[in-house]
Design a protein around this ligand. Structure first.
Ligand SMILES: Cc1ncc(COP(=O)(O)O)c(C=O)c1O
Length: 479
């Protein structure tokens, strides 16, 4: 059962009911107790039950049928065994993964392969036709100002939209404190440039998104891996030890639904994280790219919302939910604003204007929240269906994360199988995966793979079954 100690009552109630459904108490198609019945039986308020049922509806566990009640939608789910967690403190290390990563990125874009490798959104869940309408309107009405320069920090209308959303998740950031960037990647790189110089030491989660490792490598920075729990994220105990014993110049953390594990640092722990770093005056580069893709009905906060000294540099982008091709992201760099602005100018003067304008119009026109609700529901369901398929088709002993948001699954292979070997064998079967090798500079996660659940479909189920066979073959050869 997921940890629910700090969760509100309706979440705990939803979790208890989901556990009952998974264990087979309420088989698929069964009517579960009505809201009124549950409220009386479990001695909780009507609104608590209603919220819990909505949450389970969002997760795709139950469905409401008009004038009839709530019914179980999914087969009893197999319990998902969580990956092992070994809190081993690393040593400072150089980063050198660029060659392998770039080759893998190349393979993950090859459409001849079943694609589980790249963490790209489902293209059918992007608001493409609405974006196209906005683009057509801009072209037709001559409203795109080709001749105009824009500020280094990006268009004000987009920064206003970003600031308004940030206010909604507990951050008081004004539009003047935001810099629009070419994706979250550039935001992270600018932050690193602003606070580090070559040779400096940066603390990172272990495992971490390989894009962060590439950024460190490109800037000749060294990494210190902080063990990160597959569900709870970066170990604060290990981090406290690290900042007290190493000359760390910055910390990079994906606080909400990390890539590759989907881990979430609970809000109270985010407060503690900020406090640990504040005591040492160390900046936090917070990657919140998946923050909006939560499966519960409450957006997790960001560490930035606890920051009183401008030490947290909050980075995000619209790559996962609006357009991965537009490459529009942003950073609220706190007291490092000027340094980030200067780096941005030195690098490319400003972010391309047309995609900024298009996304600003999209956000202004309303409907973003409804769009997010739709894709959250879809990704929650896709993630659950994919993890069930993995459990069905992969050999016994396979372990999987069960993220509360985002759309990647982190899979631990049985028998210490080598993920690079699996990667090559899977390519022969025209299947692309992301091997654990690239998620740590010291290759701590060689027996893991990351799979993209966003692409879940009937065909993907067949491909997961084929991948399961490849895993089983390798395992039997290694025995
Ligand atoms: C955690 C994380 N951060 C950053 C990025 C890169 O984002 P962008 O495409 O906006 O540069 C990704 C993309 O997969 C990601 O998963």
């Amino acid at each position: 059962m997921r940890e629910t100690k700090k969760a509100p009552l309706y979440e705990r109630f939803a979790q208890e009911l989901e556990d009952q459904i998974r264990s087979g108490t309420f088989p698929i198609g069964t009517r579960i107790p009505s809201i009124r019945e549950s409220s009386v039986q479990r001695e909780v308020s009507f609104s608590t039950v209603l919220q819990a049922y909505r949450l389970l509806e969002n997760r795709g566990v139950i469905e409401a049928r008009p004038q009839s009640g709530y019914y179980v939608k999914l087969q009893p789910k197999k319990m998902v065994p969580e990956p092992e967690f070994e809190p081993v403190q690393g040593n400072p290390t150089n980063v050198s993964i660029d060659e392998v990563s770039l080759r893998l990125i190349h393979d993950t874009l090859n459409l001849d392969y079943a694609q589980f490798g790249a963490a790209l959104p489902d293209p059918t869940l992007l608001p493409t036709s609405k974006l196209n309408r906005i683009l057509a309107e801009l072209a037709r009405d001559g409203k795109f100002p080709h001749h105009l320069g824009e500020a280094v920090e990006g268009r004000e209308d987009l920064r206003i939209q970003v600031a308004q959303r940030a206010f909604g998740f507990g951050c008081d950031i004004s539009p003047d404190e935001i810099v629009i960037t070419a994706g979250c990647t550039e935001a992270i790189c600018l932050c690193l440039q602003a606070v580090c110089k070559p040779g400096d030491l940066v603390a990172i989660e272990s495992p971490t998104y390989f894009g962060i490792l590439l950024a460190l490598e490109a800037q000749h920075l060294r990494a210190l891996e902080i063990p990160s729990h597959p569900r709870k994220g970066m170990s604060l105990e290990a981090l406290r030890f690290a900042v007290e014993n190493h000359p760390i110049k910055a910390v990079v953390a994906m606080t909400n639904f990390s890539n590759p594990t989907g881990s979430l640092i609970e809000d109270e722990d985010k407060r503690e994280l900020v406090e640990i770093l504040r005591a040492q005056g160390i900046p936090l580069i917070e990657d919140d790219i998946n923050g909006e893709l939560y499966f519960s009905d409450r957006r997790p906060r960001v560490a930035k919302s606890y920051d009183t000294e401008g030490l947290v540099m909050l980075c995000s982008s619209f790559s996962k939910d609006i357009s991965s091709g537009f490459r529009i992201g942003w950073v609220a760099p706190g007291k490092y604003y000027r340094a980030v602005q200067c780096s941005k100018y030195a690098l490319n003067i400003r972010t391309s204007v047309l995609p900024q304008l298009t996304i600003a119009r999209f956000l202004e026109s309303g409907g973003y929240d409804a769009h997010l609700r739709k894709i959250r529901r879809a990704y929650a369901q896709k993630s659950m269906l994919m993890s069930q398929a993995i459990l069905t088709h992969f050999p016994e002993g396979t372990r999987i994360t069960e993220p509360g948001g985002g759309f990647v699954l982190w899979v631990q292979l049985p028998g210490k199988l080598d993920s690079m070997e699996l990667y090559h064998e899977a390519l022969k079967a025209f299947i692309a995966i992301a091997p654990g090798y690239i998620f740590s500079p010291t290759h701590k996660f060689d027996d893991f793979i990351r799979l993209n659940a966003a692409c879940w479909s009937e065909k993907a189920e067949v491909d997961i079954a084929r991948l399961g066979k490849v895993v089983k073959n390798l395992l039997s050869q290694n025995r």
